[in-house]
Design a protein around this ligand. Structure first.
Ligand SMILES: *Cc1c(COP(=O)(O)O)cnc(C)c1O
Length: 370
């Protein structure tokens, strides 16, 4: 590996193991684990994460076909659920042994028709997604009869699992709504499953679902995403998880800014007194949102907070180090840990999911494994 990289995203694979075991300890030993590795493993790198945990989970999930193909090309053999395919993707899904989420009667007809054109293909695994209140993707309960008629008249595909997704699993104020979603899913399951030749397994919970509804809706499998990467749905949960991501860089240059001088594009920071600024080689092209400008974001230098001065540039930020004892070349933490990221996200009305997945492919990933 070339060592030219100054700005580095360190991914701690041991922390991923810790987090996976943490969630396993909250579940029945028989519950299957699906690890969600969409969007490059929430910004880490789907292939490295997937390779590292392949033997410890039952399934992977990605959002789109290409993400699944990338995992297969990297040699991952674990079953892979593709959450959001379209008709044009279905033949390739079969070619790469990827398992489609089927979310409408039309798509079910499409997958049956395409599967039947594959000579000798029998019981190809598909997964049905039901909409129970998120109103994003999924069959309705009224589709059950048509689903079982279509399925029972062919043997090219088989329903391996049925699932649904909770709209507000992190929000206990929405507990009544969530219990209603769980109940709808149970009703759908009891209507559909007895009409089928095989018994599909069921799943509903994402990370915060595991935290809040493991009693009520564990079913046969859970879909663990952000928790693997170190984030719970509340500070006290996150604190029980290990930090996976550390985004670091160094100070390129330090300037003294005299009173009345400005910093950065559009002169959006004006010095009211003499200050000291540090220039860091990371910008909005690396995924540091422009929203973080004008002090909404901050980095850590020598354990002290240094707020961003003025606008975020494409490749650079300038931070205020007036009260920090530091030198050119010193290490800078752009994202130090989960608590730092949660605080930053809050400042710009975002969530850690968005910060993580925005970290651009220009940044070098390094994996720690002891
Ligand atoms: C992304 C996703 C998950 C994972 O959610 P987390 O909150 O990251 O655990 C689970 N299920 C579906 C359908 C998803 O799209």
């Amino acid at each position: 590996m070339e060592n030219n990289h100054i700005t580095i995203l360190n991914i701690d694979l041991n922390a991923v193991d810790f987090n996976l075991n943490y969630f396993k300890s909250k579940l029945k030993t028989t519950t299957k684990i699906l690890a969600v590795v969409k969007a490059f493993g929430y910004g880490s790198s789907s292939f490295e994460i997937a390779k590292h945990i392949a033997s410890k989970v039952d399934y992977f999930a990605v959002a789109y076909l290409d993400e699944g193909i990338a995992l297969r090309n990297a040699g991952i053999k674990t079953p892979i659920l593709v959450l959001h395919p379209q008709k044009v993707n279905l033949q390739k899904m079969i070619d790469y042994n990827l398992e489609p989420t089927i979310y409408s009667v039309q798509l079910l007809k499409d997958i049956i028709e395409i599967a039947q054109t594959n000579e000798g293909l029998k019981n190809y695994p598909i997964h049905l997604k039901f909409n129970t209140g998120l109103n994003r993707l999924g069959f309705a309960k009224k589709d059950c009869l048509e689903i079982s008629t279509l399925i029972n008249n062919q043997d090219a595909v088989q329903i391996t699992s049925i699932f649904s997704h909770i709209a507000a699993s992190e929000d206990l104020n929405e507990r009544a709504f969530t219990l209603q979603q769980i109940n709808s899913f149970k009703n759908i399951s009891s209507e559909l499953i007895p009409t089928l030749k095989n018994k599909p397994f069921q799943h509903m919970l994402n990370t915060s679902g595991i935290i809040n509804y493991a009693e009520e809706a564990q079913f046969d499998m859970v879909r663990l995403g952000i928790g693997l990467y170190g984030f719970g749905n509340a500070t006290e949960k996150t604190n029980q998880l290990k930090n996976v991501f550390t985004l670091s860089s160094v100070i390129s240059q330090i300037h003294t800014i005299e009173k009345g001088d400005s910093v950065g594009y559009n002169r959006s920071f004006m010095a009211q007194s003499t200050i000291k600024s540090a220039t860091i080689p990371i910008g909005h092209a690396d995924g540091i949102s422009r929203q973080f400008g004008k002090g909404k974001g901050y980095v850590y230098i020598n354990n002290k907070k240094a707020p961003i001065l003025g606008n975020v540039c494409m490749d650079v930020i300038m931070v205020n180090v007036t009260d920090i004892d530091c030198n050119e070349g010193d290490e800078v933490f752009i994202y130090k840990n989960q608590q730092h990221m949660e605080d930053l996200a809050k400042n710009i009305n975002s969530i850690p999911y968005e910060l993580l997945t925005a970290i651009s492919q220009r940044i070098k990933r390094i994996f720690t494994k002891f």
